[in-house]
Every structure is written in structure tokens, then in C-alpha cells.
Design a protein around this ligand. Structure first.
Ligand SMILES: Nc1ncnc2c1ncn2[C@@H]1O[C@H](COP(=O)(O)OP(=O)(O)OP(=O)(O)O)[C@@H](O)[C@H]1O
Ligand SMILES: [Mg+2]
Length: 275
């Protein structure tokens, strides 16, 4: 990347936890991620790698980052940037929604939007998101590193902690699918008899987050009379356990789940495209 003589266009989505960067390199979009607690690393990366830049910022920390970046910057409203980026990635990945769709951005928190005819409306949000994943995981396991948490959770068994409908009915025929979670973390007696492992606890934390987000999305999809739900956000990054839970649970509730490759960069791409 060194030796750029042209102006490089850079879109930055500086969120509560992670800074997502999308920039143009020979007409290809390239991606980088930094921690929001280390904004100086972003500045350092830009100044060491590029001679001249044109930057467009979005996300909750865009103002703080703009102050640190010497030189002029543009900003774009986060929801606008995200929907621009989502449209771009969906097109590129041949995803087409004929009757609008629900967009859930599972970031530090979760925000849920209705998208139709090129317009977006923020419908609702939830504090249950990727920050919850990190925070609750720390409380139940002492682990703080995202990748390690995900890898450990893959080895866990939610059956030792989460109560299913079939557990309550004990063999009788339930009125709803016995496979549904009746109560996340609901198996108190079992847990008191034998303390669940760290891996089980982490798997259940992820189950709680996935099912809570999907439940809200299902309700929103019903309200807006669409069956398609698109999930983005870095919480889904290299996170097959969360994506799997959200995929299965959305289908179980009769809706169609979608995931975008590089979906966590939607805001950064939208910012880049608006330069
Ligand atoms: N390397 C990583 N380090 C920390 N968290 C990570 C990492 N990779 C993925 N995550 C997960 O992604 C979440 C952040 O997602 P995302 O980057 O979409 O949010 P954000 O844009 O920073 O926050 P918001 O949009 O809510 O302000 C974290 O809370 C964590 O669960
Ligand atoms: Mg974000």
C-alpha cells in the first residue's frame, strides 16, 4: 500500500466497540478493523500508508475520530451509511428482496430497521447485542477475548442450562414445538446439582442473545408484513454458533434468514460510497 501518490478514498464506521474501515485499492474495496478503544491506531495506519486521503466517517465515535484526524473529513448519518452498504453488498451477492426486508444490525447493541424501496426506517433497538455477548461471557467464564469465547462456546452444551418446552412437558404433547427454548438459563435445579462448565455457560449466553434478537425481528417482520430478515454486524463475524442459532430459530418461526458476507462492513462501505 505504501507509495500511493493518488488520493485514497476511505470510509470509516467507528462504532462502540470496533472501527470498521473500507477503502479503495485499485478499484477493489479492502477492509480493516480496529478497536474503538484504540482510535490512535486508525490514525497511525492512515498516516503511514497513504499520502493523501479523502475520508467519510459514520458511527457513534465518528465525531471523536474526526477531531483526531487532522484535515477535512465528511460524515454521513449511520443508518443511511448502513443501508447504502447493505444495498451494495446485497446486489454484489445477488440477494434481492422483492417485498422489503427487516435489517438487524447486531453491533455492541442491536438496531432493527425496515427497508423497502430504497428507504430505511429504524423500527426498534435492543441493548442485547455483541456487548452483551462479551459482558455476560466475562461474568460466566472470566474470558474476555472474542475469538476464544466463540471457540469455547462451540464445545458447549446448552441442554445443561437452557430449559426447552419439551423439558416442561416431559413426554406429553406440547402445543408449540418442544424444541423451542422455554427459558434461557432456566434449568436452575440441574445447575445447582452440578455446576455447568464454562463452555456450556458460554453456549447458553450466545443462545440467549441469538434467540432474543430473532424474537424481536420476527415481531417486526410480522408488523411490516415481510418474511425476509437480514442479519449483519460484527457479532456475527467468525461466529458460526450465533449465526447457526439465528438461522435455525428464524426458520423455525417461519421467516427467511439472510446473512451477508462482509456484512459488518456495511456502514464503512456506505461511507466510502458517499465520497
Ligand atoms: N475482534 C473482536 N473484538 C471484540 N469484539 C468483537 C471482535 N470481533 C467481533 N466482535 C463482536 O462484535 C461486536 C461489535 O460489533 P460491531 O462492530 O458491529 O459494533 P459497533 O459498530 O462497534 O457498535 P455499535 O454499532 O452498537 O456502536 C462486539 O461486541 C463483539 O461481540
Ligand atoms: Mg455499528
Amino acid at each position: 500500500m505504501r507509495g500511493y501518490s493518488m488520493t485514497t478514498k476511505i470510509g470509516i464506521d467507528a462504532g462502540g466497540t470496533l472501527v470498521k474501515v473500507a477503502y479503495l485499492d485499485n478499484n477493489n474495496i479492502e477492509f480493516r478493523t480496529f478497536r474503538s478503544q484504540q482510535l490512535d491506531e486508525v490514525i497511525k495506519w492512515i498516516t503511514t500508508n497513504f499520502e493523501r486521503v479523502e475520508v467519510c466517517l459514520t458511527g457513534g465515535k465518528s465525531e471523536i475520530l474526526a477531531q483526531k484526524l487532522q484535515g477535512p473529513t465528511q460524515t454521513i448519518v449511520e443508518f443511511e451509511a448502513t443501508s447504502k452498504g447493505v444495498d451494495y453488498l446485497a446486489n454484489e451477492q445477488n440477494l434481492h428482496f422483492s417485498n422489503g426486508f427487516i435489517l438487524a444490525n447486531v453491533g455492541t447493541g442491536t438496531s432493527i430497521h425496515h427497508m423497502k424501496d430504497g428507504k430505511q426506517e429504524r423500527v426498534i433497538g435492543s441493548g442485547v447485542g455483541g456487548g452483551t455477548l462479551l459482558g455476560l461471557s466475562y461474568l460466566v467464564s472470566g474470558e474476555t477475548e472474542y475469538e476464544k469465547i466463540i471457540n469455547l462456546s462451540l464445545q458447549g452444551n446448552r441442554g445443561n442450562i437452557d430449559l426447552k418446552v419439551e423439558d416442561i412437558f416431559e413426554g406429553a404433547v406440547p402445543p408449540i414445538s418442544g424444541d423451542l427454548t422455554a427459558s434461557n438459563f432456566g434449568k436452575l435445579s440441574k445447575m445447582m446439582a452440578e455446576k455447568p462448565s464454562k463452555t456450556d455457560a458460554l453456549a447458553s449466553v450466545i443462545g440467549l442473545i441469538g434467540e432474543t434478537v430473532v424474537t424481536i425481528c420476527i415481531q417486526v417482520a410480522d408488523t411490516y408484513q415481510t418474511s425476509d430478515i437480514l442479519y449483519i454486524g460484527s457479532t456475527l463475524r467468525s461466529n458460526s454458533i450465533l449465526a447457526g442459532i439465528m438461522n435455525n430459530y428464524t426458520k423455525l418461526r417461519g421467516k427467511q434468514p439472510f446473512f451477508l458476507e462482509n456484512g459488518e462492513f456495511s456502514g464503512a462501505i456506505g461511507a466510502l460510497l458517499s465520497i
